[in-house]
Design a protein around this ligand. Structure first.
Ligand SMILES: NC(=O)C1=CN([C@@H]2O[C@H](COP(=O)(O)OP(=O)(O)OC[C@H]3O[C@@H](n4cnc5c(N)ncnc54)[C@H](O)[C@@H]3O)[C@@H](O)[C@H]2O)C=CC1
Ligand SMILES: O=C(O)CCC(=O)C(=O)O
Length: 445
């Protein structure tokens, strides 16, 4: 058995109840084979064994009281996965499906994504099985305050800097930041995604979705193509989906469908993104409300049906494993020729294999959604400088970062891959090189 297969088999034996973590570990390690084979010193230093074991997992109780005066208990997590190239950095997810496997998969992906940004940030992730959906603002605040009352002792601007993810947006970051400041008395860049009035960065809200489209556009332009006139499906209708849809529309695409966890809308005239923003960011409503003001559009219950609509480009931006083998087959049968992943690990391993076999353009999430964390790192820089850059300055840095990611993943695919467009291998290898160098240089830690 070769080194990679041996490590994978040990990880499976050690983490039998962590399917999401095993999925990402399998994808990443299999693609690192060509570089690991060229560097026998990695095996001697047990680099892959160390890389796949988090430096630390913190699990804690989060007690809070709901509006009826009843006690509620949730479970909180922070996975501090790898600090070889910088302080742990990665979002917090509040969703009922959060468990250790989901946290470890997200933390592991974050190591590689953060490395691709070229900025000095390590990999971490956290969250809770708390569901903000249907909770009052007061309940969300009490939960966030309780969550931070434990988390604050494990984080800091030079040690671990959380941000948002599913279920954690500007409102939650505000409550978390307020509680951190109240406990520690420190006004510092300990969280990113903050509001503009208290240290947030312009363009952070847009960064992940815009970055997805900037990278897809880079890939398209190297093929002599563009977004102009392409039919695009964007799944989800949260932070990433909204700004991916907005930028794709600005570049001339027709976004024909979006969804939430209840169902999907189809609007062949092009989804009116301003209405989706109103429904989701202001009213915190359901996507079905779109058809009330856009009668030409259709609403269908059950979001999975979104992948049966014919399109040119698919931008999955909702959650992990939203594209399974059936969805992949349906996209391919209907003529989809590009998938760029906005959510973390939206395609199952079988779906990725189907896309690779069909030879379509496939841009993996670690590269495509790195714009969010990149602008978070720019927010950290601005906080340290005690300055705020303009929207144009941050957006232009974001474009440069996405363009560098394209160059680095393409170069690695060219050097180590079977095909020059194997961006999955290219992104994993390009990211790994920097982390591996730093881990080797820092000794047996
Ligand atoms: N917010 C950010 O800056 C970044 C987010 N991501 C990833 O992007 C994805 C979306 O995150 P956000 O837009 O921030 O979250 P969000 O909470 O703003 O929106 C999530 C969206 O996905 C849908 N969704 C969630 N779970 C679902 C499920 N089980 N089935 C169907 N739909 C579901 C929700 O209805 C909502 O439209 C996640 O995978 C997240 O990890 C990745 C990089 C950065
Ligand atoms: O902005 C950040 O620090 C993290 C964003 C995030 O959670 C992600 O990249 O998946």
């Amino acid at each position: 058995m070769d080194y990679v297969s041996q490590v994978l088999s040990d990880i499976r034996a050690k983490n039998p109840n962590e399917p999401e973590f095993l999925q990402t570990a399998t994808e990443v390690l299999n693609s690192l084979r060509p570089i690991v084979e060229r560097h026998p010193e990695y095996q001697k230093a047990k680099l892959l064994e160390r890389l796949t074991e988090p430096e630390r997992i913190i699990t804690f109780r989060v007690p809070w009281i709901d509006d009826k005066g009843e006690y509620q208990i949730n479970r909180g997590f922070r996975v501090q996965f790898n600090s070889a190239i910088g302080p742990y950095k990665g979002g917090l997810r509040f969703h009922p499906t959060v468990n250790q496997s989901v946290m470890k998969f997200l933390g592991f992906e974050q190591i590689f994504k953060n490395s691709l940004t070229g900025l000095p940030i390590g990999g971490g992730k956290g969250g809770s099985d708390f569901d903000p959906k249907g909770k009052s603002d007061d309940e969300v605040m009490r939960f966030c305050q309780s969550f931070m009352t434990e988390l604050y002792r494990h984080i800091g601007p030079d040690c671990d800097v959380p941000a948002g993810d599913i279920g954690v947006g500007g409102r939650e970051i505000g409550y978390l930041y307020g509680q951190y400041k109240r406990i520690t008395g420190q006004y510092c860049g300990v969280l990113t995604g903050k509001g503009l009035s208290y240290g947030g960065s312009l363009a952070r809200t847009q960064a992940t979705g815009y970055g997805v489209v900037y990278l897809a556009n880079e890939v398209l332009s190297h093929k002599g193509k563009s977004f102009q006139g392409q039919k695009v499906i964007v799944s989800g209708s949260g932070n990433v989906a909204i700004y991916a849809a907005e930028k794709a529309t600005e570049l001339g695409a027709v976004v024909i469908a979006m969804c939430d966890s209840n169902g999907y809308i189809v609007d062949n005239n092009g989804v009116d993104v301003a209405t989706i923003k109103e429904i989701k960011e202001v009213r915190r409503g359901r996507i079905r409300e779109y058809v009330e003001t856009h009668p030409q559009a259709e609403y269908h219950e059950g979001w999975q049906g979104i992948w049966t609509i014919p399109c040119d480009i698919a931008l999955p931006c909702a959650t992990q494993n939203e594209i399974d083998l059936d969805a992949a087959k349906s996209l391919l049968k209907n003529g989809c020729w590009m998938v760029t992943e906005g959510s973390n690990m939206p395609s199952t391993l079988e779906a990725m294999d189907a896309f690779a076999e069909a030879g379509i353009l496939f841009v993996p999430s670690k590269a495509a959604n790195a714009g969010g964390v990149a602008v978070s790192a720019l927010e950290m820089s601005q906080n340290s400088l005690r300055l705020s850059w303009t929207f144009e300055e941050v957006d232009s840095r974001l474009k440069d970062i996405m363009s560098n990611i394209y160059k680095n993943m393409s170069a690695a695919a060219q050097e180590y891959g079977k095909t020059p467009e194997d961006y999955v291998l290219g992104a994993n290898v390009a990211a790994f090189i920097k982390v591996a160098d730093a881990m080797m240089a820092q000794g047996w830690v």
